[in-house]
Ligand binder design. Structure first.
Ligand SMILES: Cc1ncc(COP(=O)(O)O)c(C=O)c1O
Length: 395
């Protein structure tokens, strides 16, 4: 049965909501109802668990990065989402929502992508579950994440390159939402913990597995609690996934790292908590980069996955409650993070994850001697061209 109003709270404190056009409300209500039912359905949960374990490769390791720890003067553990099938945390959510779409009788999936990891994860889930897949991607992102564009096509998805606006993630979400309004029979498989209710809650719940696993793995490997959890924040799905595993432990610091681009003072960044204020974009209220007239500002980051002017509403709530601390890392600090992890640990991180590393390396004195878990949200294969260009520009 589809209710005429939402059944669950749509807000995270003052943030969130469902600021959607009338034409989308039926789809959002249908989605919420199906999701609530699926949570109580043991066979659905067992099927998802089986796919996460036997197809995607969960649990991902919690790895003690000994060489880098020694160099930084702290104890660093990496949650290895880069080792998940398709190379990033995005598959946790794509598998969950694709199974949910199947259960709802949908045969077609629409999705947006920035770095291409959500697009690849969604194309993968659609191939596996025999669903038609259409992915919207900004032209700038399609150029800088070319290997992922090819991957999506090889997996059978149709990629629609968005040639207007800033041609990045915001424009891809605009286009996917527009397509969903005209095609309510499709499911819109949103890739981060943002958008109108129920998406922020659904995506966070499918990503919670990261935090739950990390906490259990920590307890098995170490005594006591970690001192800090660090994750990069684009829309916020990998960060909320790991934060939720530790948020009840008040002594554990939660640190979210946004894209500082060329520095906050330059105005060329994507640090919503560094330079934004509350506003509404893509159906929810949260921190947003906007001018004095409320117009959304352009963003800048070397990392396509962090290059977005708003942030998920649960992060806005954690920020206002001062439960999590949001900081930023510049492009050049992120590149330093990428290179340092490669050379000390033999791991090429995604440029998104490199922001968390870059911030930690730059600010490691503030965490001297502490026990830190950093969510390594993805692997860097997709970024090799960008890294090469950055290194050449710096030489
Ligand atoms: C590897 C990786 N990490 C992080 C992100 C940022 O997204 P989110 O904040 O939703 O985790 C992306 C987005 O594409 C990504 O590909």
């Amino acid at each position: 049965m589809i209710h005429s109003t939402f059944q669950l709270p749509t807000q995270f404190g003052d943030f969130g909501g469902a600021y959607a056009p009338e034409t989308l409300m039926a789809s959002l209500l249908e989605l919420e109802a199906a999701w609530i039912e699926s949570r109580a359905d043991a066979s659905f949960q067992a099927e998802l668990q089986d796919l996460l374990t036997n197809y995607a490769g969960r649990a991902t390791p919690l790895y003690h990065a000994r060489r880098l720890s020694e160099e930084l003067g702290l104890e660093l553990w990496l949650k290895r989402e880069d080792l998940l099938h398709t190379g990033a945390h995005k598959l946790n959510n794509s598998l969950g929502q694709a199974l949910l779409a199947k259960r709802m009788g949908k045969t077609r999936i629409l999705a947006e992508t920035g770095a291409g990891q959500h697009g690849v994860a969604t194309a993968t889930a659609c191939a596996l579950l025999d669903l038609e897949c259409i992915i919207y991607m900004g032209a700038v992102d399609a150029a800088r994440q070319r290997p992922n564009l090819l991957r999506m096509e090889l997996l059978g998805a149709r990629v629609e390159v968005v040639e207007h606006g800033q041609q990045t993630l915001k424009d891809a979400i605009n286009e996917a939402l527009r397509a969903w309004v005209g095609d309510p029979q499709a499911h819109y498989l949103l890739g981060s913990a943002l958008g109108p209710h129920p998406f922020p809650s659904i995506v966070a719940e499918y990503q919670e597995v990261i935090g739950k696993e990390a906490r259990a793995q920590w307890q098995a490997a170490r005594s006591g609690q970690p001192d800090a959890i660090i994750a990069c924040v684009g829309g916020g799905s990998n960060a909320i996934g790991i934060f939720r595993g530790f948020v009840d432990l008040q002594d554990v610091q939660l640190i979210g790292v946004e894209a500082g681009g060329e520095g906050i003072a330059s105005g060329k960044h994507a640090a919503r908590f560094g330079g934004g204020r509350p506003g509404i974009l893509h159906g929810c209220e949260s921190y947003l980069l906007q001018d004095e007239h409320g117009q959304v500002l352009p963003t800048s980051s070397i990392s396509a996955g962090l290059d977005y002017p708003a942030v998920g509403p649960e992060h806005a709530q954690l920020h206002c409650l001062q439960r999590a601390n949001y900081v930023s890392c510049t492009d050049s600090e992120a590149l330093a993070g990428f290179e340092r992890l490669a050379r000390t640990e033999g791991i090429l991180p995604a440029l998104e994850s490199s922001h968390a590393l870059g911030w930690l390396i730059a600010k490691c004195e503030s965490l001297a001697g502490k026990r830190v878990i950093l969510n390594l949200s993805g692997r860097g294969d997709k970024d090799l061209d960008t890294v090469k260009q950055l290194r050449e520009a710096q030489a």
